[in-house]
Design a protein around this ligand. Structure first.
Ligand SMILES: Cc1cc2nc3c(=O)[nH]c(=O)nc-3n(C[C@H](O)[C@H](O)[C@H](O)COP(=O)(O)OP(=O)(O)OC[C@H]3O[C@@H](n4cnc5c(N)ncnc54)[C@H](O)[C@@H]3O)c2cc1C
Length: 406
């Protein structure tokens, strides 16, 4: 593919954020070029998130990337909280009107790549961006490709390049402020080629630590075990993984089915927020600007939410309809980022056993879980936060759940 030397919006990264943004802007008639560091095969096989909020499903469907999702995704009415073997159903759909949709991030990415490629608009793999020059003037994106180097001039650059990309480091240290919390915890995540042993996802709080059973398809189970941030996958041979899962997920009258483990990784739990998400004509979106700990499954959904907000504002600004439309991008996103951060950090604290937990901490944690599960209002809030609310397209304050739209 010939890579243009100029475009209106250069998008760095073809993860969920970059691909959704490219499709939204294309639909609005705005030229974009997407540059992705890795190969198509690599990004389409990367196992990560898999729980989609209804707002994310709606965006994918509206874009025309929802057909396979509609056929193959698993839709659940709720999830189960297992506390030391005691089972509690959280009926998310009955409490919020919205289901939980299970569809692997790699499947979302595959569908979006196909949609983008069908438009004929440039999506270049194996083109790592090395520098974003002049972000406050007329940006120039410098990249490597096919053994050489190239330059892409543009009006706007959007860094959708994940936590380790170049976008965030382009914002000067004096401008960017970051806050971070590193938990003394990690998730060992495995993908097992076996039918899920439960009809809904299970979050288990156990005295040994957290475990989770989730699903990616009727034949693929996603399982997580709390481990230490410095654990390596080699520290967890199959026998140790299954033993920990059996112990932590155990409950009367239920059995965990084992199967071949086809993928495994260790993800340290961290929370991170960078602001502002705009510096001149450079914008940050998704994991490039924020990381939420995985409990609650907000990362992918937040990435999509950022770019829905950004696409609407960039469209208004670049078509001349409202040049100032982009000015509230950071503030609008930070509202939903911090709400997700609060939920994910709260679940992290509630469900895990930190290495230094003493008997007092453990008893307090159990008391908090039992108080939550005995309160209809608290369970309602848990369900609402888990289901997420629709993307805030209007850009104003996100309306209160259940309250009439303004
Ligand atoms: C290892 C891992 C496991 C995860 N597991 C879960 C999970 O189990 N559940 C859950 O809810 N969430 C999980 N998440 C979070 C979720 O997957 C992310 O929030 C989501 O991927 C964010 O999408 P994004 O498009 O912002 O970033 P990404 O998906 O990270 O996409 C960024 C893209 O930019 C590309 N890129 C990077 N640098 C450059 C460059 N210099 N030039 C060009 N391209 C570049 C990358 O190759 C990548 O394709 C996980 C994240 C990670 C990293």
């Amino acid at each position: 593919m010939t890579i243009p030397s100029r475009t209106r919006v250069a998008i760095v990264g073809a993860g969920p954020a970059g691909l959704v943004l490219s499709c939204l802007l294309h639909r609005a008639g705005i030229d974009t070029v997407v540059l992705e560091a890795r190969s198509r095969a690599h990004v389409a096989a990367r196992v990560r998130a898999g729980v989609l909020e209804q707002g994310t499903v709606d965006v994918l469907t509206e874009l025309g990337a929802g057909a396979r999702l509609a056929r193959e995704a698993m839709r659940h009415d709720g999830f189960e909280l297992r506390v030391d073997g005691e089972r509690h159903r959280v009926p998310v759909r009955a409490l919020t009107g919205r289901p939980l949709t299970f569809y692997g991030q790699q499947e979302v990415v595959k569908d979006l790549i196909e949609l983008r490629q069908a438009t004929g608009a440039p999506l270049v793999f194996e083109a790592p961006v090395e520098e974003i020059a002049d972000p406050t003037g007329e940006p120039v994106v410098r990249y490597r490709h096919a053994g050489g180097t190239g330059e892409l001039r543009c009006e706007v650059v959007v860094a959708c390049d994940g936590f380790h990309g170049v976008g965030r480091s382009t914002v000067p240290a004096g401008v960017l402020s970051t806050v971070e919390r590193r938990f003394p915890l990690a998730w060992l995540g495995v993908l097992a080629a076996v039918a899920p042993s439960s009809d809904v996802a299970v979050y288990a709080a156990h005295q040994d630590g957290f475990a989770m059973l989730s699903m990616r398809s009727p034949r693929l189970t996603r399982l997580y075990v709390q481990c230490r941030p410095d654990d390596r996958v080699e520290d967890w041979p199959d026998g140790r993984i299954w033993a920990a899962l059996h112990r932590r997920l155990a409950t009367d009258g239920w059995a965990l089915q084992e199967g071949p483990i086809v993928e495994r990784s260790v993800t340290p739990l961290r929370a991170f927020v960078a602001a502002p998400m705009q510096f001149g004509n450079l914008y940050l979106a998704g994991d490039a600007a924020h990381i939420v700990p995985p409990p609650g499954a907000k990362g992918l959904n937040l990435a999509v939410r950022d770019v829905v907000v950004l696409a609407e504002r960039l469209t208004a600004a670049l078509t001349g309809r409202d040049p100032a439309a982009v000015d509230d991008y950071t503030d609008t996103c930070l509202r939903h980022v911090w709400r997700a951060q609060q939920f994910a950090c709260w679940l992290t604290r509630l469900l895990h056993v930190p290495p230094n937990a003493d008997p007092f901490d453990r008893s307090l944690q159990r008391a908090e879980l039992r108080a939550l599960l005995s309160s209809h209002r608290a369970v309602q809030l848990l369900a609402e936060q888990h289901a997420g609310c629709p993307p805030d397209r209007a850009g104003g304050a996100v309306r209160t759940e259940g309250a009439p739209a303004a």
